[in-house]
Design a protein around this ligand. Structure first.
Ligand code: FCB
Length: 444
């Protein structure tokens, strides 16, 4: 039996734009995702988050469902364009009230609320003013964070600033696969810095609470032991992982990454004192993990025409690991999760880690043995990491509900609970029942 500590936190996760719908209600105004999804060609089948899972209206039933599954914690995100529709200035009370109602409902069911302040829905007016490539967005984020914190700190203990800033910066500003859809590698590197700065400023505005950040570090290994492959792994690790982890935990950008990026930027956007703000102590680090990467340095000498998210490492080739894949095309390899957790705890002074997302997209509806196998394998990997001394304190399955999977629209189903998008009917899949049992027993 793989038993976890009795205090281990068991939860599930979602995010605002992916489930809430009600995109123009109670004063909410467009985010970059509303604008991006409305533009033909950006999201598969022209899907949008206008209705999504209609969670804005059905949150009470959804919380009841969480209680039925025995969840101890629920990770959700707060939509900035509901709370502060223009991205600055007056707070919209009706938007804030939604989160107050949600939090109260969770607390009444003894489910710990785990809000994330930014899961990619930037108010469009801030993008019009330069988005994350502009320094001012970091300051705006800190103001917004303080407003939400003031309203809810009496009932929320654990706060996460950002979800996966790698995606915000590189998919949003380098490849354009995500909103705002820009293809400007230099802007992506500025976005990295302003996201980190916004995190640090927000964290200091929320003192008195436990504050963390969620990253999606990539577990990278070289295809062979050749010098080229080792260098490819170093480069990807640099621009996927250390570009965030080193500022956060060591108050510095890694010298090799700065060098890899010399043709893109001279880092003039970094001002004195910024790194000190960014490196304020973290109470926890959230880790989202889906799949690892194997890389090779034998790629083309010149970057391919299609923009790569790995700015400065465009010629690195990603190698097929020969494992089964989910419908996202992501290889299933749970050993990457234990290796990643061990590495993070070894290389950085993390005091507490949480897996804030982990899960799999499969097409099956009620009987999802493949999702159960995925979750089972990855929870075993978590258990291995704990046995190796990693301070892993909790696990959130992605996702509670089938939902709007960004550029893939509704084509990818990650839910423990099936959602019929025509009727909004929720049906727990076998994996939901299985997970409820894991929680009840405290392990596998
Ligand atoms: C992560 C996102 C989350 C979801 C999963 C599948 O990158 O944080 O919103 O889309 O991937």
């Amino acid at each position: 039996m793989n038993t976890f500590d009795p205090g281990f936190l068991w939860g599930a996760a979602t995010s605002s734009y992916q489930i809430e719908g009600a995109s123009a209600e109670d004063g909410r105004e467009p985010s970059i995702w509303d604008v991006f999804a409305a533009q033909p060609g950006n999201v598969r089948d022209g899907d949008t988050g206008d209705v999504a899972c209609d969670h804005y209206h059905r949150y009470r039933d959804d919380v009841a469902l969480m209680a039925e599954l025995g969840l101890r914690a629920y990770r959700f995100s707060v939509a900035w364009p509901r709370v502060q529709p223009r991205g600055s200035g007056a707070v919209n009370q009706r938007g804030l009230d939604f989160y107050r109602r949600l939090v109260d409902e969770l607390l009444s069911r003894r489910i710990e609320p785990w809000p994330t302040l930014y899961h990619w829905d930037l108010p469009q007016p801030l993008e019009d003013a330069g988005g994350w490539a502009a320094r001012d967005t970091a300051l705006r984020f800190a103001d917004y964070a303080a407003a939400v914190h003031d309203a809810l700190a009496d009932r929320v203990t654990n706060w996460t600033t950002l979800n996966e800033p790698w995606c915000s910066a590189f998919l949003g500003y380098a490849t354009g696969e995500h909103a705002p859809g820009r293809r400007e590698p230099a802007a992506a590197i500025r976005a990295v810095h302003h996201l980190l700065l916004g995190h640090g400023m927000a964290a200091s505005a929320m003192s008195g609470s436990r504050v963390g950040i969620t990253l999606n570090p990539t577990q990278v290994s070289p295809a062979t032991g050749s010098a080229e492959d080792l260098d490819a792994a170093r480069r990807i690790d640099g621009v996927a992982n250390r570009i965030f982890l080193d500022p956060l935990f060591r108050a510095a950008y890694p010298a090799d990454v700065v060098e890899d990026l010399t043709e893109v930027t001279g880092f003039e956007h970094v001002r004195d004192g910024d790194l000190k703000v960014i490196a304020a102590p973290l109470d926890f680090l959230g880790v989202n993990y889906y799949t690892p990467a194997i890389v090779s340095g034998d790629g083309p000498a010149h970057p391919p025409a299609k923009p790569s998210p790995y700015v400065g490492a465009e010629t690195v080739r990603f190698v097929d690991g020969g494992r089964p894949r989910t419908t996202m095309g992501w290889e299933v390899d749970e050993s990457g999760l234990s290796d990643l957790l061990v590495r993070l705890a070894r290389d950085y002074p993390v005091t507490a880690l949480y897996v804030t997302e982990n899960g799999a997209a499969y097409d099956d509806e009620a009987h999802d043995a493949d999702r159960i196998a995925y979750l089972d394998g990855h929870l075993r990997a978590c258990h291995d990491a704990v046995a190796k001394g990693v301070p892993l304190r909790g696990y959130f399955a992605w996702s509670l509900l089938d939902n709007f999977e960004w550029a893939y629209g509704y084509s990818q189903r990650f839910g423990l609970v099936h959602v019929d998008f025509a009727t909004q009917r929720r049906t727990p899949k076998d994996s939901a029942r299985w997970y409820a049992e894991v929680i009840r027993r405290g392990g596998l």
